[in-house]
Design a protein around this ligand. Structure first.
Ligand code: BGP
Length: 487
């Protein structure tokens, strides 16, 4: 008889924690030698639904930003001042029982201009202090090497990742941090949401002014190719410098469904999925998938590869696949149906799902589907490194935040993760976004809050920056304590 034990719950050593990004939490944008980054030239959004567009860097937005030395219009410059609150903040994470804390290093703290030959010692020292603080509480840092920012100088001088030379600069930076933090950081990942590179977003650090749609596509895929190569080199460096360290890739994943069972919709949905899985196919399997050849040919994209690139990609595959998961999307073969039924950014409306205040379609079961699909396709350990609910929280007069809606969102997603573990998925951990309120990536709002910890600051940057524990703080503490049993 065929009998096998089904896992009863989350494995021992499961990495429970939370995730943040330097440009959204640190502030201190111009201290201790740090250079300016692409994140600091993004103005706060005036239109929530059009957040993606706000994150486009153009020559005009850069010029305007350079002339404005304040933080009011550019909230990512101030973050929530983690730079000066890190001890207090990490202590609060420890109080919740965190096993892991995902954070990113700001490349421009280490190499202010990106192309400097020597690192900025003061920047390195800051992360020494942060990692020491994590070690004090046995919290594993999980470090993103590049999270939606790069030294602005590289954008201005050579159009960011559109230039092949950026690979050299990036891997000079990664070598320095792998060596400096050897033994202190066991888990790394290369590019946050690498698939955002084809969304016309700051993540490639490339200016797309006055380009035709074809030219844009060409530039974005070429920039992404450079990121793939840089990522593969970083994987190799990481393994050489610390053979015990693990390094992953990171994808923005939205489970995608066809709007109807019409095979045309199903095929369109598969096509959209391939557009995203392309990134993990390259980074996990080590080669460009065939389906992209046709796509490139039909869209006049010619990837300029150098001899040796394919070998590098094959040798630099990642140890684990990490991803963010907030919502699912719906695809229809008819563009009209999609656009009239939903949010322009994220496809059509799913009548079975509720949405967040920002129109994101909440879908916990989609997380189980995603986990199973990834495991089937790749057979590498998976790591959910972002998941959470952005909401307008209210601090009561007696300094409480009753965020039962957040608890409800997280509980349902964790339950589905548990189902996936029981389905046999190899899941390493879960770092929710974001344990402490911080500046939104998409809209630069402060009022779009995700935290277990409330930070007293408003959209204009007013407030004491004092931290308060929300109801979800105590709930998550219990979840971690019971390894996900008491939800
Ligand atoms: C992901 C990013 C994060 C983050 C999160 C929530 O795409 O990796 O940086 O902020 O989304 O998005 P937002 O802040 O726009 O609500």
């Amino acid at each position: 008889m065929y009998t096998k034990n089904i896992p009863t719950g989350f494995p021992q050593g499961f990495l429970w924690g939370g995730a943040t990004a330097a440009n959204q939490i640190e502030g201190a944008w111009d201290v201790d030698g740090k250079g300016m980054t692409t994140a600091e030239v993004v103005r706060k959004a005036t239109d929530r639904q059009n957040a993606m567009a706000m994150n486009q860097v153009t020559k005009a937005t850069i010029a305007e930003a350079m002339a404005d030395h304040g933080t009011e219009n550019y909230p990512k410059r101030r973050g929530v001042d983690f730079y000066h609150h890190y001890q207090e903040d990490i202590k609060l994470l420890a109080e919740m029982g965190f096993k892991a804390y995902r954070l990113s290093i700001a490349w421009a703290r280490i190499f202010p201009n990106g192309d400097d030959q020597e690192p900025n010692e003061k920047g390195l020292e800051f992360y020494d202090r942060v990692f020491a603080e994590c070690a004090k509480y046995n919290i594993e840092p999980v470090v993103t090497l590049s999270h939606y920012e790069m030294p602005l100088n590289l954008t201005v001088q050579r159009n960011g990742w559109a230039s092949r030379k950026t690979i050299e600069d990036f891997t000079r930076y990664t070598k320095v941090v792998f060596e400096r933090y050897r033994g202190k950081v066991k888990y790394w990942m290369t590019f946050n949401e690498i698939n955002a590179g084809t969304w016309g977003f700051t993540s490639t650090g490339a200016i797309e002014d006055n380009l035709s749609a074809d030219e844009k596509l060409q530039l974005e895929y070429q920039a992404v190719h450079h990121q793939f190569v840089a990522s593969a080199i970083a994987v190799k460096q990481c393994h050489e410098i610390d053979p015990t360290a693990k390094i992953g890739c990171m994808l923005a994943r939205m489970q995608n469904y066809p709007l109807t069972p019409d095979p045309k919709d199903v095929r369109e949905s598969q096509f959209q999925d391939q557009q995203n899985l392309f990134f993990t196919d390259v980074q996990v399997r080590g080669e460009y998938p065939e389906y992209m050849n046709r796509y490139f040919a039909e869209h006049n994209v010619e990837i300029n590869m150098e001899p040796g690139d394919e070998k590098l990609l094959a040798a630099g595959t990642v140890d684990y696949l990490s991803f963010s998961y907030y919502m699912s999307t719906v695809t229809s073969a008819s563009k009209d149906a999609e656009q009239t039924s939903g949010n322009l950014t994220f496809g059509g409306k799913n009548p079975y799902l509720e949405t967040s205040d920002w129109g994101w379609q909440i879908d916990p079961i989609g997380l189980r589907i995603t986990l199973n699909a990834f495991w089937d396709r790749y057979r590498v350990p998976l790591f959910v490194v972002e998941n959470g609910l952005g909401a307008l929280d209210k601090l009561t007069e007696d300094s409480q935040v009753h965020d039962s809606y957040r608890i409800d969102y997280l509980r349902k997603h964790i339950l589905q993760m548990k189902e996936a573990v029981q389905d046999g998925v190899d899941l390493m951990g879960y770092t929710s976004w974001a344990p402490i309120d911080l500046i939104s990536a998409g809209t630069s709002e402060m009022s779009k809050r995700y935290g277990f910890i409330y930070v007293d600051q408003d959209d204009e940057g007013r407030g004491s920056l004092k931290r308060y524990r929300k109801d979800s703080f105590y709930w998550y503490q219990k979840v971690i304590q019971t390894n996900g049993e008491d939800l």
